[in-house]
Unconditional design. Structure first.
Length: 209
């Protein structure tokens, strides 16, 4: 069964309130999304495997711990997912980044793929799928399906705001994929926008509306 982790750290919630505000401009919106993403990365990577390593301090030899196990891949869902990449990379600079382009058909509300570029070793990496808004869940579920078809086995979905409808869909189609979010909002309106939400994340990131 899918596990949903709601990251309610005060710093995350403070920055979340700023990006909800309709008067927050694109520059500050981008900065806040990046900072929230960094804080989410801290929580999402909490279960990384560790191994011991002997090191020399200026005073003596000691044993410390370093990250072991598989390498990480970041896969933002275009275009809004791009806003989360730099924040994640600031904490996980060695991660490789793939891209999946999906748009929602305005009539059926189902995802349509238009672009995909992934690292060659994507199937051997722990994958973080990035999308600021988990609304209907269609795009996220489709992206996860595509990654599984490419051999990915350890996948986490990282969002900033989600609707219960989107969580239910991902749970139904991918019960093995944990979801990390900063907030679970009330639901979706007639246009499948999350409410109270923050509007269209892509438009607000890139100033296109």
């Amino acid at each position: 069964m899918t596990t949903v982790h709601v990251m309610d750290h005060p710093l995350i919630q403070h920055k979340l309130t700023i990006i909800r505000n309709k008067d927050t401009g694109p520059k500050e919106f981008r900065e806040m999304v990046q900072e929230i993403s960094t804080l989410l990365a801290y929580e999402v990577t909490r279960d990384l495997e560790m191994e011991e390593l002997e090191v020399e301090t200026p005073l003596m030899t000691t044993t410390g711990k370093v990250i072991a196990g598989k390498k990480i891949g970041l896969v933002p869902i275009l275009r809004a997912g791009l806003g989360m990449v730099e924040g994640m990379l600031s904490l996980i600079p060695a991660a490789k980044v793939g891209h999946i382009g999906l748009y929602r058909d305005p009539e059926t509300l189902e995802p349509v793929e238009y672009y995909c570029k992934l690292p060659e070793d994507i199937g051997h990496r722990d994958i973080l799928v990035l999308d600021p808004m988990l609304a209907t869940g269609g795009s996220a579920a489709a992206a996860i399906t595509f990654l599984k078809e490419r051999g990915c086995k350890n996948i986490k979905l990282v969002c900033i705001i989600s609707a219960p409808e989107g969580i239910r869909r991902v749970k139904q189609e991918h019960p093995d994929v944990p979801i990390f979010v900063a907030a679970v909002d009330d639901g979706l309106n007639d246009h499948a926008y999350i409410y109270p939400g923050l509007g269209d994340a892509g438009d607000r990131l890139f100033g296109t509306k």
